[in-house]
Write a new protein. Structure first.
Length: 251
């Protein structure tokens, strides 16, 4: 199995790469974090590619096709948190950058992976959305808008590519333990005049399981969606979030 993970050098993407590797897959990751790329296992493929840069993505996929000849699983995982602020304080440039990475990065990955998968009449595309793609999130307008759009993209891919044996699904992580979420907590605490711990508890108490999730929890779902065990699972929005009940964290 040949698997590509965008933004795969750290966080959820790294966990996905490790999980597929453990299943015996050949793994290639792209990222813009050169330091993280340098610390990947030697037997993984690694490339410094901005997922929102069309020329860079086109060149990378040409290399991938020349080297591998096929692609079984695409995990379009690239994303950034974007600004945390009231909508009237969000600069258009910050909005555009957030949407570019989260939405256009997913589109470009799917756009260049699709011809390779069509040749084989098989493949699985897994897009990383978010519970922000299922609910409105105060102070996170660009991120929520982009993640909702990712789900619309996935639904369209599933319908369009199903006749070629290609499946498409979206994973919606909830609050994921780790460095990125810590940054979100800090910014949201500042925007709402709350403490970091109060925001953390608000997220956790907003789930029926009263818990954050781990990157490994998300990765396990990606492996399932990429496997033959999910051969008829397509067009689905699957939350890995401990069941979010209240998407607006409060004290």
């Amino acid at each position: 199995m040949k698997v590509l993970i965008t933004a795969g050098a750290s966080g959820i993407g790294r966990a996905m790469a490790e999980a597929f590797d453990a299943e015996g897959a050949d793994v290639w990751v792209t990222d813009v974090d050169k330091k993280a790329l340098a610390n990947l296992p030697a037997h993984w493929g690694a490339a410094d590619v901005d997922a929102s840069n069309e020329a860079a993505m086109a060149d990378f996929f040409a290399e991938l096709e020349a080297r591998w000849g096929r692609l079984d699983v695409l995990c379009a995982n690239a994303g950034i948190a974007g600004p945390t602020a009231p909508v009237e304080e969000i600069a258009l440039a910050d909005w555009q950058r957030c949407v570019s990475v989260n939405l256009e990065g997913a589109f470009l990955a799917a756009r260049y992976a699709t011809p390779i998968m069509k040749t084989a009449l098989s493949g699985s595309i897994v897009l990383t959305s978010s519970t922000a793609g299922q609910y409105g999130y105060p102070f996170r307008a660009p991120y929520a808008a982009a993640k909702w759009a990712v789900i619309g993209l996935m639904k369209t891919l599933a319908m369009e590519l199903g006749p070629y044996g290609i499946r498409a699904n979206a994973i919606c992580p909830g609050a994921v333990e780790g460095e990125r979420m810590e940054g979100v907590l800090a910014r949201e605490a500042l925007a709402k005049g709350m403490t970091r711990d109060a925001v953390y508890q608000g997220y956790a108490s907003g789930t029926s399981m009263r818990s954050f999730v781990t990157a490994e929890d998300v990765a396990n779902m990606a492996v399932f969606l990429g496997s033959d065990k999910a051969r008829l699972v397509s067009g689905q929005v699957i939350a890995v979030d401990g069941h979010t009940e209240n998407p607006d964290p409060k004290v």
